[in-house]
Structures are given as structure tokens and as C-alpha cells.
Write a protein that binds this ligand. Structure first.
Ligand code: BES
Ligand code: MN
Ligand code: MN
Length: 465
């Protein structure tokens, strides 16, 4: 596959390829909010249509107990290797809406320091519609230029942002259909546009909700205050006790299964270009925060965490209301690293929280979704193909790094299909995924479309005798 063939095709189709993505971004496919059910389904239809247009066969909207998976394939020769592309067409809720500079589902292109060629501002632009759509366009490119070197199967899901609750069973039910050699995913980040990298691990996740109940009703905080346990005060204290003074998690047994990374690996991770001042500047914080004796890259890459995602209770309306609330709530997530298990950690957390609650309150702990951590070998044909492809298009060999986020289904691909995933991400951590003003660089979008066909080329070469 000639580089020219690729770049010529992209140049000739540049506008259409962008406008199609913009159309996809206009549909608010928020999987977490029932109000948007119809839009999520509409997005699945749109993805299906684009797969058909690009030249895929057997394209279908495959039902699950939740939102469907869009499946499509092109089998050119059963003896050739098969790449399975995974992505998601659902997006995170857009709130807080008032913090967006432009409406989240009306994409606009703006230039920024990190994206001098312009970036598309819209919910899902980076996570994951923009990155997923690069694969459909790269496939189209290979079909139209007669350069597809192997088989390809697409599975694009609609529930990633709510923990993929129905994808595991769908995979198990479709094992035959999902025979392949590697899973290719663009849903992670690069270090920078001039420092290509490939994630070689993702953290797992255990997500909990806690409810602390004090008295049977909201009370006058003067009449009763001081004599009855305030569930918000107590919840805050319980949460605070989860970390010690070194920001190490203080829950017994929490680290029991964590494998400490060897010193040489930590050195390698810390050698990757990273500018702490830029990091702080981007977030407008005067200092970073985290576990003592670990660097920022280690804190997000190889160490587990515990974070409150939301906390509520009592009076939060205008003005002051003197009340001693009956209940307090929090949503707490823990990011997990290799060898930790989300069910075990959920239990360790629940046991701890229940054990430290004073008798003046009752505590209810409910686990939400979870996912297991994964590591990706740099020795596989898939990793090598990804590395060679990026070396061609970026002019530099990509560095192996660790992504701090989670894609829970990746562990299931390994468990159920025996397949490794290649985390071929083209976004930037600073693209504001899940935040207001999410964006995706045009450079990143086109670079992805340019690089993906080379992955197919090298993967086919490396896996054929
Ligand atoms: N694409 C992200 C995961 C990601 C982003 C990994 C950047 C590495 C770098 C994915 O869509 C996501 O947001 N996952 C969720 C987990 C899910 C269970 C809701 C997450 O990490 O919070
Ligand atoms: Mn994603
Ligand atoms: Mn996401």
C-alpha cells in the first residue's frame, strides 16, 4: 500500500469525510439518559448506513438487552488474517451545559494552541465518534482504492459510556462471528501530536454508590443539632478516612493484589516526555496531588485510585436553610491496576465502609459497573504493526505508555475471544473528553485515517508466512 494512494484519497475526499463526521456528531447519542433513547438508535442507523456505503457486507444492527451493536464485515479471503475493529457510538452526557462555549451537538471548528489546524468542538468528537469514524473512512479508503489486504469485522457498540452492561453476553453469543486475529480500538490518547504513543495498559474500575442515613427525617439543626449524627458530616469523615496523609489508600487489603511495577519499567514510564508545568497550566492548578513517591505519569498509569465523583444531600437551594439532613449520598470510583479485581475491590470497599460507620447512622453500599485492568504486550504482531504504521505517518517510533482510563470490554475480549486489543488512540488527554468543550483535532482525525490502512498492511505482512 503506497503512502501516496492514501494521502491522495484523503485529499480528494477531505471535505466529505469531515462533513459526514459532523453529521454524526449532531445526533445526541447519550446512552446514560433515557430521554435520548431514540437518538442513540438513530446513531446506530447512521453508523450502519456509513458502513454499507463504505463497502461492508452483512451490515446489521444487532440487538442486545440494551442498545444495539452495529456489526459489519468484509471477508476477502478466509485464509487471510482478520482485524476486528471495536468502537462506540454512544457519548457522555453533555452537562454542565452552561460551561460549553458552543452547543455540544452543533459541531464547530476552532483553532487552538494545541490544534493550530483546527479542532471539532462537540460531545463525542474525540470520545469516540471521531476516533471510531476514522476506521470507517480508512476502510472506505482501502475498499475504494482496492488495497484492503485482509479481512475486517466492525463491532461498534452503544453502551460503552454506561459500562457496556450488555456487550459481554453479546460477545459470548456471537463467538463464531467474532473469529479474528486482533482487536483494533481507537478510544485512547497520544502523548502529543508530535510525540506518538500507544497505550500498553488500561486501568480497571469499581464504581460504588453509598447512602448514609441518620435520623428518620430532616431535622431542625438547632433543636437537634449536636445531639444526632449528621449523615453528611459522617459521610465526609468516612470518605476522608479512605486516604492517609501520603494520599495512599487506607482501606485494609486494598493494595494486597497490586503488583509493584519493576524499577526499570518505572524509569521507562518516567522517561516519556511529560511536562508538569504544562500539565498544571492546562488545568489551572498550582500543584498536582497524589500518592507520595510516585510521579504524575505513575499516578495515572500504574497506581490505583479512589475518587468521589459526586456527593449530595441536605439543602442545596438558594439562601440558607437550617437543617440536619436525614440522608447523604456519594458516588465513588476506584481505578484499578493489573491483578486487582473489580468484584474483590467492591467487596473490600463495602466491608470497609460498613465497618467504619458509627452506630448513629446506617450505611448502604451499592456497586455499579466495574471492569478489569489490562496490559498489552509490545511483542505481538498487532503492537508491532501499530508501531510501524505510526512510525511511517508520524516519522517517529511511538512510545509505549499507560492510559489511565478504562475500557472494560477489553478484558472480556481476552477472556471470551482470546484476543489481544491494540489501543490505537489518536486523541489527546487535553481534548476535554467527558468535559465541556470536548474537541478533536482535524490533524488527529486525518492522521488516524492515514495511519489505519498501514496497520492493516503491516499486520497482514507480519501474520502471513
Ligand atoms: N475512551 C474512554 C477511555 C479512555 C480515555 C481510556 C482516554 C484511555 C484514555 C472511555 O470511553 C471511557 O470513558 N471509559 C470510562 C469507563 C466506563 C465504564 C464508563 C472511564 O474510563 O471512565
Ligand atoms: Mn471512549
Ligand atoms: Mn468515555
Amino acid at each position: 500500500m503506497e503512502r501516496n494512494t492514501i494521502t491522495d484519497y484523503i485529499t480528494q475526499n477531505k471535505e466529505r469525510v469531515l462533513n459526514e463526521l459532523l453529521d454524526l456528531l449532531k445526533i445526541p447519542s447519550i446512552s446514560a439518559d433515557k430521554k435520548y433513547n431514540a437518538d442513540v438508535l438513530k446513531t446506530a442507523e447512521a453508523v450502519k448506513k456509513r458502513l454499507v456505503e463504505a463497502g461492508a457486507d452483512m451490515v446489521e444492527i444487532s440487538a442486545t438487552s440494551g442498545f444495539p451493536v452495529v456489526y459489519g464485515e468484509k471477508i476477502i479471503d478466509p485464509k487471510k488474517p482478520t482485524v476486528i475493529v471495536y468502537g462506540h457510538y454512544d457519548v457522555q452526557p453533555a452537562d454542565p451545559l452552561n460551561l460549553w462555549d458552543s452547543p455540544p451537538f452543533e459541531p464547530v471548528i476552532k483553532k487552538t494552541t494545541l490544534h493550530p489546524d483546527g479542532a471539532i468542538y462537540a460531545r463525542g468528537s474525540c470520545d469516540d465518534k471521531g476516533q471510531m469514524y476514522m476506521h470507517i473512512k480508512a476502510f472506505e479508503l482501502m475498499m475504494k482504492t482496492n488495497t484492503l489486504p485482509c479481512n475486517v469485522k466492525f463491532m461498534i457498540e452503544g453502551e460503552e459510556e454506561v459500562g457496556s452492561p450488555n456487550l459481554g453476553p453479546w460477545i459470548v453469543a456471537n463467538k463464531e462471528k467474532l473469529k479474528g486475529d486482533v482487536i483494533l480500538i481507537s478510544d485512547t490518547s497520544l502523548i502529543a501530536n508530535d510525540i506518538p504513543s500507544i497505550d500498553t495498559g488500561l486501568r480497571g474500575l469499581a464504581y460504588m454508590e453509598v447512602e448514609v442515613t441518620g435520623p428518620n427525617r430532616d431535622l431542625h439543626s438547632g433543636v437537634y443539632g449536636g445531639a444526632v449524627g449528621n449523615p453528611i458530616n459522617i459521610l465526609c469523615k468516612m470518605i476522608a478516612s479512605c486516604h492517609d496523609e501520603n494520599n495512599h489508600i487506607a482501606i485494609p487489603a486494598f493494595y494486597d493484589k497490586v503488583i509493584d511495577e519493576p524499577a526499570d519499567y518505572r524509569i521507562e514510564l518516567n522517561n516519556a516526555p511529560f511536562n508538569l508545568d504544562d500539565f498544571k497550566k492546562d488545568l489551572n492548578v498550582d500543584d498536582v496531588h497524589g500518592e507520595k513517591n510516585y510521579t504524575t505519569n505513575e499516578r495515572t498509569g500504574i497506581r490505583p485510585t479512589l475518587d468521589v465523583n459526586g456527593i449530595w444531600g441536605g439543602y442545596t437551594g438558594e439562601g440558607a436553610k437550617t437543617v440536619l439532613p436525614s440522608k447523604a449520598f456519594a458516588k465513588i470510583s476506584m481505578r484499578l491496576v493489573p491483578n486487582q479485581n473489580s468484584d474483590e475491590i467492591s467487596k473490600i470497599f463495602a466491608d470497609y465502609f460498613e465497618s467504619i460507620a458509627p452506630k448513629s447512622v446506617k450505611v448502604k453500599v451499592t456497586p455499579h459497573h466495574g471492569g478489569e485492568p489490562i496490559v498489552v504486550s509490545t511483542n505481538s504482531a498487532g503492537y508491532k504493526a501499530a508501531s510501524l504504521a505510526m512510525t511511517d505517518t508520524y516519522g517517529k517510533k511511538p512510545l509505549p505508555t499507560r492510559g489511565g482510563g478504562s475500557i472494560p470490554i477489553v478484558a472480556l475480549f481476552k477472556k471470551e475471544l482470546g484476543l489481544d486489543s491494540i489501543l490505537f488512540g489518536f486523541g489527546l488527554d487535553s481534548d476535554a473528553l467527558h468535559s465541556p468543550n470536548e474537541h478533536y483535532g482535524l490533524f488527529n482525525y486525518y492522521k488516524g485515517i492515514e495511519t489505519i490502512p498501514l496497520f492493516y498492511k503491516y499486520f497482514t505482512q507480519l501474520t502471513s508466512k
